[in-house]
Ligand binder design. Structure first.
Ligand code: SF4
Ligand code: SF4
Length: 480
């Protein structure tokens, strides 16, 4: 290096985007959104041509901006790691796993593996099921004793956390209503004795929502998510009774009764999108505005390639277009401080606002676990009952070694393609269950939907940026 020359600076990893007439960058190493003023934008543009030292940058940009503004932009961009020494190694997500383990934040209790419907695409009973329930030795219904042991396990594993989240799941959860009632009463009793807070929720297909159940849900402040695929024409396509009859007409009055009576918690709808039922905007408006759900979230069907209902490339484009339309609506509502209810965009905005940077795609096997009807503990509810994905049991405790082996193997740093992807702080390779169904390996990145994920993340960043410009106070909601 000659006298007067300083170290060469280069761009680090970021994703630029424009929103509300301003320029932002999403900084991959810190998962932060950074607003660029004119000198900062000029510095990044200059470094787009290749590495330059500070002296060279100041010399070329001091004309329009002044040397001191250019220097302070360089300092600020270095601080947020948008730029750095050209020789610096690429940032990687640290692989450190706490030796003491992770406290459990959410336990999903699969209180039954039976269902009263026959949804063709179901991951539990359909063509892509993991557990063969015909030769599985686990009972169809969780016993009261196993459920109590699960509650003890949950509080024990929640460690120092002041709150535990208990979610009842199935099969069809309400088929085991008797055990639900007793388990909730026991869990509340234990929470009081331990001085912890308890949050309880469940997911149901709504077919068994009779008056007694609705009263119990409301009286016990249970959060409810209804699995429903939209208006009659989409709901009845796959969500059918075992005799093939559609369920829409049957569940609608029950859902309306629930929404009328249970007002202490927002009730959400969870929609599975398939190749045949991709009309997300129509489905959203029906469920949100015509039925009255507080929020509606969508997930594309999990399936091996080639199934009749699998979403293909043009379907992903269509889904993205509709999500973008709903995200625009969300933006206009947010600017006016109104609730919109499209939970996919809300969830991602919250992650962006909190600067979430994931070493793992989700909490499975980490702060979240699923318990099968016999008490086996699995990575999450979707793996409950699968011996290959078990990490212990509520009767005998967690198998820490298996848990750590799993986490070691599934760290985003092991996913080669993800390591050069700007969307990895929010995606980290995607759902393990999806990867298992698609590639037969939970450790693979879900590369079949990368384009979709990156486009959707870009849309959410633009919505975030525009809210930050037009109504920044709205973003405070995500700090609670
Ligand atoms: S799965 Fe695809 S979109 Fe997700 S982090 Fe990996 S490369 Fe990026
Ligand atoms: S593995 Fe998939 S289904 Fe299970 S918690 Fe993670 S994202 Fe959800």
């Amino acid at each position: 290096m000659n006298a007067g020359q300083t170290a060469l600076l280069a761009q680090r990893e970021f994703h630029p985007f424009e929103a509300g007439g301003e320029t932002f960058v999403y900084l991959v190493p810190s998962a932060a959104v950074f607003h660029l003023d004119d000198p900062s934008r000029a510095v990044l543009q200059a470094l787009d041509q290749g590495p330059t030292d500070e002296h060279g940058l100041v010399a070329s940009l001091e004309g329009p901006f002044g040397a001191s503004a250019v220097r302070s932009s360089i300092a600020e961009l270095t601080r947020v790691q948008a730029i750095g020494p050209a020789t610096a190694p690429k940032d990687v997500v640290p692989r450190v796993l706490p030796q003491a383990g992770f406290p459990l934040t959410t336990m999903v209790l699969n209180v039954t593996n039976k269902c009263n419907l026959a949804c063709t695409y179901c991951y539990e009973y359909g063509e892509d099921k993991i557990v063969d329930t015909t030769c599985d030795t686990a009972p169809a219904y969780m016993s009261e004793e196993t459920a109590r042991q699960s509650v003890d396990f949950m509080f024990d594993q929640s460690g120092p956390l002041p709150m535990a989240h208990l979610t009842f799941f199935g099969g069809e959860t309400l088929l085991n209503f008797k055990v639900l009632k007793k388990t909730l009463a026991y869990a509340r009793e234990r929470a009081t004795a331990l001085g912890k807070e308890l949050d309880v929720s469940l997911t149901t297909n709504a077919t068994l929502l009779r008056e007694e159940v609705i009263e119990w849900l409301a009286d016990n402040d249970v959060g409810v998510t209804i699995s429903i695929d939209g208006p009659k024409e989409t709901q009845d396509k796959f969500r059918v009774f075992k005799n093939g009859m559609g369920t829409y007409e049957y569940v609608l009055p029950k859902i309306k009764q629930l929404l009328e009576r249970h007002r202490s918690r927002p009730i959400g709808a969870r929609v599975t999108l398939t190749r045949q039922t991709l009309d997300a905007t129509r489905i959203f408006h029906h469920l949100r505005n015509e039925v009255g759900f507080w929020e509606v979230g969508f997930a594309p069907v999990t399936t091996a390639d080639g199934r009749g209902y699998a979403i293909e490339d043009t379907g992903f484009d269509q889904m993205l277009g509709q999500f973008e339309e709903l995200a625009q609506e969300f933006l206009e509502y947010a600017v006016e401080d109104r609730h919109h209810g499209f939970s996919n965009v809300r969830d991602t905005l919250e992650e962006i606002h909190k600067g979430v940077s994931k070493a793992f795609p989700c909490g499975a096997g980490l702060g979240l676990m699923g318990v099968a009807t016999d008490g086996d503990v699995a990575l999450c509810h979707r793996f409950a009952g699968s011996d290959d994905h078990s990490v212990g049991s509520v009767q005998h405790g967690l198998d820490r070694q298996r848990q750590f082996e799993f986490l070691g193997k599934h760290h985003v740093a092991n996913k080669t393609d993800c390591n050069s992807c700007w969307a990895r702080p929010l995606c980290a390779g995607g759902c393990y269950h999806e990867a298992h169904v698609r590639y037969g390996d939970t450790g693979k990145a879900n590369l079949h939907y990368c384009d979709w994920i990156r486009s959707w993340t870009d849309t959410c960043l633009k919505v975030y940026g525009e809210i930050a410009v037009r109504n920044p106070a709205f973003l405070k909601k995500f700090e609670a």
